[in-house]
Design a protein around this ligand. Structure first.
Ligand code: ZN
Ligand code: ZN
Length: 239
């Protein structure tokens, strides 16, 4: 079977995302666009993944809990976890140990909203999620793996992406699956065979079926094996 996917979507917890990025709103966009499987990947936090998991499963949309980690090199790395509790544990560790205690004025930098399963806002994250953590790229990859997750280099061909920030794909990261934003990047010497394409939606209208994934079931293990076998199980869908 093949499933339509979008594995990089921000919720209302991300300061740069619309406050309309709530569970029922996102679920209804997925249903209307025929999207079968998504991930919520807020900046430096998994604070909303539990409620999304609940609402999306009721809507028949499969869900992978994720986080988009901002490293000290100003590179974004996506982390995906097999269980909500593992994503939350990793997120709690980042907040406690690896996120500088800097707060923001939400009127200027954007609201960071926790939400419940009725789409009501229940609170606000006080620490600024749009800042770099104190994690380096290598340490991010290691700690995500040690916590049961799998990493993908986010939008390597855009701002805060590996190529844009570092100029190259360092040899040590060549095997890490990479998300690309632009079709042309595929033809510009990207040698890694493990490429994903996602919407990185910060507003509802941007959510889109960006990947087709062939699998027997929508399990995390199928996801994990698919992102390491580009060309066999993953097919990019361009706009
Ligand atoms: Zn990003
Ligand atoms: Zn993002």
């Amino acid at each position: 079977m093949s499933f339509l996917c979008d594995f990089h979507i921000h919720s209302c917890l991300s300061p740069c995302a619309d406050i309309t990025m709530t569970p029922h709103e996102i679920a209804s966009v997925c249903v209307s666009k025929g999207i079968d499987w998504i991930s919520i990947t807020d900046h430096n936090s998994a604070g909303n993944v539990r409620v999304f998991s609940k609402v999306l499963s009721r809507a028949g949309v499969s869900f992978i809990p994720g986080i988009e980690i901002h490293t000290v090199e100003d590179v974004h790395v996506l982390a995906y976890f097999p269980e909500v509790s593992l994503a939350e544990a990793y997120s709690d560790w980042i907040r406690k140990e690896r996120l500088p205690d800097i707060s923001i004025d939400p009127e200027i930098s954007g609201y960071q909203l926790f939400v419940d399963d009725d789409d009501s806002f229940t609170g606000m994250e006080e620490i600024w999620l749009g800042q770099p953590t104190t994690l380096g790229i290598s340490e991010t990859l290691e700690t995500v793996r040690d916590n049961g997750g799998v990493s993908v280099m986010a939008h390597i061909d855009r701002k805060m992406g590996l190529i844009t920030q570092l100029g190259v794909i360092p040899e040590e990261y060549r095997e890490v699956p990479m998300e690309i934003s632009f079709r042309r990047t595929l033809f510009e010497g990207i040698e890694s065979r493990n490429i994903l394409h996602s919407s990185d939606a910060h507003s509802l209208n941007v959510i889109a079926p960006t990947l087709s994934l062939s699998a027997n079931t929508r399990s995390f293990e199928e996801f994990r094996s698919a992102i390491f076998s580009f060309g066999r199980t993953l097919k990019i869908i361009w706009d």
